[in-house]
Design a protein around this ligand. Structure first.
Ligand code: ADP
Ligand code: TRP
Length: 320
């Protein structure tokens, strides 16, 4: 692993069973960019971010294991990627505090996630409000230049950029590099079985490691309108696993035959997902490797982030 390569950093919250929206919207890009060999990759289990919603020790542990195994099953090589969890690297929360101190409340009140929660009249934890500051710390500690994420995370990357600029400006030193989001435009948002964004909160997902029977059940539930044309939600999922060139004539030939099209989708999804499902099942019998991988990742991530924190602390004047 060369230090000269540009840094890629990304992460996902360990907050439940991964679904194909997570995979096509975010995880796949992370693995593809890793496989390109062009980046020094840091992949983070964002457990402190998950703490806003996962507040049960057993559930948190299970979700962390599942997420690490998901990354392994979809093709990340822990020997070549620094795979770590946020809570093992104290610099993240430490830097987040520093960012809190230079950021105003009105600025953070413009964040979509906060506005959505407010519009729904939800009780908002301070952690949810500050979420973008911790995420900015995650990214900026490693001088990440590229941050592959799903479309809904774009604003968080913009906030990280603004925060880097603001810090550099206030303390008159180019401590932080400005990151760029990387969003696969063709799969910006994967629809769920009800046509809304696929999300574990909407109970409309197709799990990434679903058995064939499970896939069949969920696909058969995809809502279709009765216009007799192309079933858009079925098509939108289908084009994730098969080229549009092949699909357009098939959907034209079978216009209005929803059952036939859904059966084809089941077949194609199953073929696409099966190898990952098999790898995932194999890993379940080797849970011990997860701890070893995370311990090694934490050590590497701490080494890099501590170097950055030394500089930050000198620049703000708390270290002489
Ligand atoms: P969920 O909405 O199920 O809670 P998360 O918020 O944990 O999912 O998202 C994890 C990652 O997967 C994020 O980078 C997010 O952008 C991406 N993602 C989640 N749902 C979708 C979707 N339906 N389409 C595209 N990307 C998605
Ligand atoms: N907020 C991201 C999500 O919900 C997860 C995340 C936390 C992340 N820290 C990050 C993503 C840093 C990229 C970079 O999916």
């Amino acid at each position: 692993m060369s230090d000269q390569k540009p840094v890629l950093l990304s992460g996902v919250k360990p907050s439940g069973e991964p679904h194909i929206g997570n995979y096509f919207g975010a995880l796949r890009q992370q693995v593809e960019l890793f496989e390109s060999g062009g980046y020094r990759c840091f992949i983070m289990v964002a457990d402190y971010h998950a703490l806003n919603t996962v507040q049960n020790a057993g559930e948190m542990r299970t979700c962390i294991y599942d997420l690490v195994m998901t990354y392994l099953a979809i093709g990340l090589d822990p020997k070549k990627v620094v795979l770590f969890k946020q809570s093992d690297v104290p610099a993240h929360t430490e830097l987040a505090w520093i960012f809190d101190s230079i950021t105003t409340m009105p600025y953070l009140m413009r964040a979509h996630a906060f506005k959505d929660a407010e519009a729904k009249n939800k009780e908002i934890s301070v952690g949810t409000f500050n979420y973008p500051m911790l995420m900015a710390a995650d990214i900026l500690l490693y001088d990440a230049t590229i941050v592959p994420v799903g479309a809904d995370q774009k604003q968080h990357i913009e906030i990280a950029r603004d925060t880097a600029e603001k810090f550099n400006h206030i303390f008159k030193d180019d401590v932080f590099r400005l990151p760029e989001p990387y969003i696969a435009s063709d799969v910006a948002v994967v629809p769920g079985t009800d046509g809304q964004k696929m999300s574990k909160s909407y109970n409309n997902v197709i799990p990434l490691f679903a058995s064939r029977e499970e896939i069949a059940k969920r696909v058969m539930n995809i809502v279709t309108d009765s216009s007799g044309g192309r079933p858009e939600h079925v098509y939108a999922i289908h084009k994730l696993v098969r080229s549009e060139e092949e699909l357009v004539p098939i959907y034209e030939k079978h216009q209005g035959q929803y059952k036939v099209l859904k059966e084809m989708l089941i077949e194609d999804l199953d073929r696409y997902l099966a190898p990952m499902r098999v790898r995932y099942a194999g890993l379940r019998s080797e849970l011990g490797i997860v701890e070893d991988i995370l311990a090694k990742g934490a050590e590497e991530a701490r080494a890099v982030s501590e170097r950055k924190m030394e500089r930050v602390k000198r620049v703000i004047g708390v270290t002489f």
